[in-house]
Design a protein around this ligand. Structure first.
Ligand code: NI
Length: 274
């Protein structure tokens, strides 16, 4: 959309130069780099559907690439188009992921949920919808976004892929801190939540105890806040644990990307210990 409903002008897009050259919102570069490393690591693409002219693609390895009983884990990024260290961090994580760890998980990836937001360098999609709201029993008054409708059509299979854990990669462009939304069966955050926060703290200052968007944050964690997000919906569908990681979205882009990759690798190592 060219102007918000109030007739004002949009703020400039949130785009960063990449250390390797090019810009953070270069969709062709992202798709090419992701496809190259994912294919090299044994993943194959499956087009789940199109949202606003952009494919939503799920990547996974063959069913026999890991033992039958291995953890089934799902990682998703690029819900909010201007949180671009998420998708680029996933590229880096695939480059750094130890083969032994990859071989003991059934890993599914949704590297870029909102192509229209990513290209525009904007949080919302091209219709002004929030792709990370309106899903599942806690969707509330929000209707699902165009992207959400595609994901909802594949809910059963995505839930199966997320059985032992799901991670969503986000950034917060309004705060200078790292923090984590976590979902665990128990009321108190356990090792799963704590290890993700610890990984984030190695790269950025954690959010101080207090309030973030009406949620209580303690020790860098917002725990069991059911908000109609993708990770909330996957929890409702039976995922054993879920988390949404947040890096400070206006910090140095390379550092944000490295932090995202480190938290992705921590997620995998915690859910599939050697
Ligand atoms: Ni976000």
């Amino acid at each position: 959309m060219s102007a918000p409903p109030d007739g004002g002008t949009l703020p400039p897009p949130d785009v960063w130069p990449r250390p390797e050259g090019g810009a953070s919102n270069d969709l062709a570069a992202f798709e090419a780099e992701f496809a190259a490393i994912a294919t090299a690591r044994g993943f194959a693409p499956e087009r789940l559907g199109d949202a606003l002219g952009h494919a939503i693609t799920r990547w996974q390895r063959p069913a026999d690439a890991a033992p039958d009983g291995a953890p089934r884990l799902l990682i998703a990024s690029g819900f909010h188009g201007n949180e671009s260290a998420g998708p680029w961090g996933l590229v880096l994580a695939l480059r750094l992921l130890p083969q032994a760890l990859l071989a003991r998980v059934h890993l599914s990836l949704l590297p870029l949920v909102s192509g229209s937001g990513f290209t525009a360098g904007r949080r919302l999609n091209a219709l002004g919808q929030n792709p990370n709201r309106g899903m599942g029993g806690h969707g509330g008054a929000h209707a699902p976004s165009a992207e959400g409708e595609v994901l909802l059509r594949h809910g059963e299979r995505l839930a199966a892929a997320a059985r032992d854990g799901v991670l969503a990669c986000h950034e917060d462009l309004t705060r200078p801190w790292a923090y984590v939304y976590s979902f665990e069966p128990q009321a108190t955050p356990g090792p799963f939540s704590q290890c993700l926060v610890a990984a984030g703290a190695r790269w950025f200052t954690l959010a101080p105890d207090g309030d973030v968007d009406g949620c209580t944050v303690r020790g860098g964690l917002i725990h069991n806040h059911f908000d109609g997000s993708f990770e909330c919906w996957m929890t409702e569908c039976g995922a054993a644990v879920a988390a949404c990681i947040e890096t400070p979205g206006r910090a140095d882009f390379a550092r944000r990307t490295q932090a995202q990759a480190a938290m992705v690798l921590e997620f995998l190592a915690q859910r599939a210990p050697g």
